[in-house]
Design a binder for this molecule. Structure first.
Ligand SMILES: [Zn+2]
Length: 379
């Protein structure tokens, strides 16, 4: 075992302690007050890590963001850590899924996605700061609170911060098999609005334009846009139509979730969904994209370099990908080298059995510390 891995293994208990403190502070995206309690904890933590600056970026609708920087005066392009502290678990989830340690696993809401990843990133930085071994480049960390709803408030800031960075490190959970993520599907949400004409279903049904029937016909066309073999999925996920049991429905709304592997597929789908034409005379159809994340396409050489560095420390890593997006999608699509899924191993993200494999905490922290130390030297 390498000295680095050994040193971080000796920190496992401290890492677990901080993870416990984070998970105890529940932080569903929609509850700003609760999320801000966790932000307080992390702001205090960052202030112990000898950063040049720790800034709290106040937000109105979601928890505040945090930004920290080390080595700001160093030459060269920065390394950027991208993490989020919001979760999908409603406040009170701790009652049905209490914190528990069993069989080398740590259970708790948001533990895997991605509170453990925050612990890992901070531990890697702490290790290098304490030994005065930070690489001769600026190191930045951006901690957001809206990733689980698609990052509508942080997207611009993420892009602005990542522009000009040498490397972005995202400590989202690894794949279920423990691989880092070298590709992620992109995705988008569309709102479909069908407008017909209301009319009494008994007295004048012929005067109505039934928006549910128009929707049904559109839905079949939209469903045909699926191309699962090429990784493209188009799913109508929510429908809401009609106003009363005896009225020809004037309005039907639906939500559509799309997932794609390539930018090209994303453009083609956008084109198709933006150009839906009504089937019934007098009906109106509009389909608007509410938000999207571009796909993270695999970048040759990136994984190989990280794997070689890991190997040197006795940490073997594998690569994989996922249909789910992260903030790494934004930075990768900008052309910035992005290593994602560097966080904890485990299973059950967003589910009741969400858990972290405890010994992956020091292991991943060692991997990240090694990447920071050796990225410039490794060609
Ligand atoms: Zn996440």
């Amino acid at each position: 075992m390498s000295e680095l891995l050994n040193a971080l293994r000796s920190r496992q208990r401290d890492m677990l302690e901080f993870l416990t403190a984070m998970v105890e502070r529940e932080s569903i995206t929609s509850d700003k007050a609760k999320v801000d309690v966790l932000v307080d904890l992390l702001e205090a933590k960052l202030n112990t890590l000898c950063a040049d600056s720790v800034a709290r970026l106040p937000q109105e609708d979601v928890g505040d963001f945090l930004y920290a920087a080390w080595n700001s005066a160093a030459p060269g392009k920065p390394y950027l850590f991208l993490v989020h502290i919001d979760t999908v678990h409603p406040i009170g989830s701790l009652e049905s899924m209490p914190i528990k340690i069993a069989d080398g696993r740590f259970y708790g809401p948001g533990a895997l996605d991605m509170k453990a990843g925050v612990v890992i990133a901070l531990e890697a930085i702490r290790h290098l700061v304490e030994r005065d071994q930070l690489p001769n480049r600026p190191i930045q960390l951006l901690m957001t609170t809206d990733e689980e709803i698609g990052s509508p408030y942080s997207e611009a800031l993420i892009k602005q911060t990542a522009a000009g960075c040498e490397l972005v490190l995202v400590t989202e959970p690894a794949t279920q098999e423990g691989a880092i993520k070298t590709w992620r599907k992109g995705g988008g949400k569309y709102e479909l609005l069908i407008e017909g004409r209301a009319s009494h279903a008994g007295i004048a049904p012929q005067e109505g334009i039934n928006s549910i029937i128009e929707f049904a016909r559109q839905a079949l066309d939209i469903n045909r846009l699926n191309d699962l073999k090429y990784g493209t999925s188009v799913s109508i996920t929510l429908v809401d139509g009609g106003s009363a049991g005896n009225v020809i429905p004037a309005q039907t709304q639906a939500q559509i979730d799309i997932r794609v592997l390539t930018m090209e597929a994303m453009r083609n789908l956008h084109e198709a969904l933006s150009n839906l034409h009504p089937k019934m005379p007098g009906a109106k159809v509009s389909c608007i994209r509410r938000h999207h994340r571009p796909p993270m396409e695999r970048r040759p050489g990136l994984f190989e370099k990280a794997a070689a560095i890991g190997e040197g420390q006795g940490v073997t890593i594998y690569e994989g990908g996922t249909g789910g997006g992260s903030d790494g999608n934004f930075t990768a699509a900008m052309g910035i080298p992005t290593l994602d899924g560097l966080g904890a191993h485990g299973d059950g993200a967003h589910a009741l059995h969400e858990h972290v494999i405890i010994d992956s905490l020091p292991r991943q922290a060692a991997l990240i510390a090694a990447i920071l130390l050796e990225w410039d030297a490794e060609s």
